[in-house]
Design a protein around this ligand. Structure first.
Ligand code: 5GP
Ligand code: MG
Length: 176
């Protein structure tokens, strides 16, 4: 494993992101929606850097299982969401890879008539985009390598690492 982004580098960028979001949404009723499970660490850190009052909610999306490439169509679980009608929604995920997960979620959430709907991610793998949209906010652009830590998993492990590391082929184990 090779460290790509240290905990300090991440903290600095997440603080900047929170400050920008606070400015952009000043005076507007913001709802932050995290995409489980990968976004939990980012959401926890980011919301403490957003200075205006806001609410949070979560949806679930799964596309990978024990692979390191996306399976295409993500499985979405939207139950338990509060009303989005007329609210400013910021959808937060760990990483924008092909973009399919966020594009699908944006399409689904638009049905609930939010006042606005934007996306924020920690990482953006710019080389892999397969959809028209790009993230509205991102902390880092990264090359096409499989990364773990700070919420990102491999086969549900490594989410707790405080930094982002590249998982190299030798680190990959068969599915449990
Ligand atoms: P997309 O739909 O944009 O292709 O993929 C988004 C999802 O795939 C992310 O929410 C994340 O769960 C997973 N993913 C994409 N790239 C990586 C990666 O490099 N590492 C890990 N751990 N997950 C990734
Ligand atoms: Mg994810």
């Amino acid at each position: 494993m090779r460290t790509l982004l240290t905990a300090d580098e991440i903290a600095l960028r997440v603080t900047e992101l929170g400050e920008r979001i606070s400015t952009d949404y000043a005076g507007q009723p913001l709802l932050v929606i995290g995409v489980l499970h990968g976004s939990v660490v980012l959401v926890a850190d980011l919301i403490r850097k957003i200075s205006q009052p806001h609410q949070i909610a979560f949806v679930r999306a799964a596309s990978y299982g024990a692979n390191t490439t996306s399976s295409g169509q993500p499985l979405l679980a939207l139950e338990g969401l509060p009303s989005l009608n007329g609210r400013h929604v910021l959808l937060v995920d760990d990483i924008f890879d092909t973009g399919r997960t966020l594009a699908c979620l944006v399409e689904e959430l638009q049905r609930f008539d939010p006042a606005s709907l934007k996306t924020a991610v920690l990482l953006w793998k710019t080389e892999r985009r397969e959809v028209a949209a790009v993230p509205d906010y991102f902390a880092f652009q990264i090359p096409n390598e499989f990364v773990i830590g700070y919420g990102l998993d491999y086969n549900d492990d490594y989410r707790h690492l405080p930094h982002i590391a590249v998982l190299e082929p030798a680190d990959l184990s068969p599915a449990r």
